[in-house]
Write a protein that binds this ligand. Structure first.
Ligand SMILES: C[S@@+](CC[C@H](N)C(=O)[O-])C[C@H]1O[C@@H](n2cnc3c(N)ncnc32)[C@H](O)[C@@H]1O
Length: 451
């Protein structure tokens, strides 16, 4: 059934939101202030989903998408919206989450810090491999793979990696993974681009046994002689997790380097590293500013990855303790500290739920805690441990406004008030939103000791 719908907002995945007979309708591709004709495809009790058929009255913020694959590809969601409007929308998403989920008042949310040139910003690509060696993003809302030769939000180095792996995989007739039958060999191609043009290729495979491995690597090196590292990661499980636990180097070094500000970082295949290097500096500088350090502070950097924030803070602090669940990331963090000549940091491997209480009982209690968890946010127990340690400030770096708002609400109940939030655009043209919140201690509810 075709419906004329007035769109008044954008949902959390960038889809237009309007109403029919009081029922919320989500229409992908529609923008606020537009009137669109949509085919209602799903109608549930609380919402409906429509397919955009025609834009009857367009928005002044509508722009032509730059990518020919945009209509089908699930990688970007906001290419049809001007970049300035994307930044406004991202801030509004944070404001809405803080009000609706966090139920917090008086929080200052600043304008989103965007990029001057928001193209080719991703240093890491991880594309699935499917039938006929199709390699690229998943199509919107499905696991169909869009065969991609160039992605304008990826660093050009990743386009080169993609072309080289595709050519050689075809030549060697590598079997693509079939996720239905759990058969085949090559599951994902991961590419990483570091500073000075360093390139890392990670071939994620189902089995360890790599057919014709030596010749394959030789051929790949011929296609892409400038490559720094070629690795195999084995992911045997029948699930959606991209990387397995075992990684081995097939050629070159196990890490590549990247730079944020004056700091140089080693990055291994499995380590988390911010995908937008230029904006990572903006993000970390915001976290540093919000921490308001004087030099005498003890800091805990929970979820520290390769130690990037720890090292960024270290020169302004007395001591920094970083914790992280992936052991290779902690190995990178230790090496990063050594190579940057930073001695006032210490790193620990483990799950935050277990490591935080141990840390709280064994080191000086922190003046500032930095927390940068994955999308799911912090476990409640972790937040309780933070509060029990009674730091003056908690700086919460988040890639998900919903879990950020939930956790800030919990911290509020534990005596910590959110003062201000700075959204930073780490992922232009996508609906992903990163922000940094400054949270300060207001009430001493629990004794600092006796955790
Ligand atoms: C968003 S990243 C932040 C990394 C780092 N702060 C940075 O900016 O590069 C989240 C990190 O949390 C780690 N992580 C995930 N679950 C964890 C857990 N339960 N305990 C400790 N670390 C965890 C991930 O491996 C990842 O390195």
């Amino acid at each position: 059934m075709l419906q004329l719908i007035k769109i008044h907002g954008l949902g959390s995945s960038g889809e237009g939101v309007g109403k029919i007979d009081g029922l919320a309708v989500f229409v992908e591709g529609a923008l606020p202030d537009e009137e669109v004709l949509a085919e209602i495809e799903t109608r549930k009790k609380n919402y409906a989903v429509g397919r955009l058929v025609e834009v009857v009255k367009g928005s002044s913020e509508r722009v032509e998408p730059f990518c020919p694959l945009y209509k089908d590809c699930g990688g970007c969601q906001l290419q049809h919206l001007s970049y300035a409007a994307q930044l406004k929308w991202k801030r509004q998403q944070v404001v809405d989450a803080i009000e609706r989920i966090g139920k917090l008042d008086g929080v200052e949310v600043f304008e989103t810090l965007g990029m001057e040139n928001p193209l080719r910003y991703r240093n890491k690509m991880q594309f699935p491999v499917g039938k006929n060696l199709r390699i690229g993003c998943y199509a919107r809302g499905s696991h169909k793979i869009i065969d991609t030769t160039s992605c304008m939000i990826q660093n050009a180095g990743n386009d080169k990696i993609l072309a080289a792996v595709r050519n050689v995989a075809k030549k060697f007739n590598l079997q693509p993974y079939d996720e239905d039958t759990h058969k085949g060999f090559l599951r994902h191609v991961m590419g990483r681009v570091g500073c000075n043009g360093e390139l890392m290729i990670v071939l994620v495979t189902v089995t360890k046994n790599f057919p014709n491995e030596k010749n394959f690597v030789r051929a790949l090196l011929k296609e892409l002689p400038e490559v720094t590292s070629i690795q195999q990661n084995v992911q045997t499980f029948h699930n959606n997790v991209i990387l397995g636990r075992d990684t081995r180097v097939l050629f070159g070094k196990p890490t590549i380097h990247d730079k944020i500000g004056n700091l140089k970082f080693n990055i291994s295949a499995r380590s988390f590293f911010q995908v937008n290097t230029a904006q990572a500096e903006v993000l970390y500088q915001t976290a540093l500013d919000f921490a308001e350090l004087h030099g005498h502070e003890t800091i805990i950097d929970a979820y520290c990855g390769t130690g990037t924030i720890s090292l960024f803070m270290a020169w302004k602090a007395h001591r920094v303790y970083g914790t992280e669940i992936i052991s290779s990331a902690i190995a990178d963090a230790k090496r990063n500290a050594r190579e940057n000549n930073i001695r006032n940091v210490e790193f620990f491997v483990g799950d935050a739920v277990k490591v935080m209480p141990r840390l709280a009982n064994s080191v000086h209690l922190p003046d500032v805690i930095i927390t940068d968890p994955p999308r799911a946010g912090c476990d409640k127990k972790v937040l309780e441990t933070f509060a029990a340690m009674q730091p003056d400030k908690i700086i919460y770096v988040s890639c998900n406004p919903a879990t950020l708002a939930r956790d800030l609400k919990i911290l509020g109940e534990l005596g910590y008030q959110t003062k201000k939030i700075q959204p930073v655009d780490m992922f232009p043209f996508t609906s992903h939103i990163e922000s940094v919140a400054q949270v300060k201690k207001v009430i001493r509810k629990t004794a600092r000791l006796g955790l």
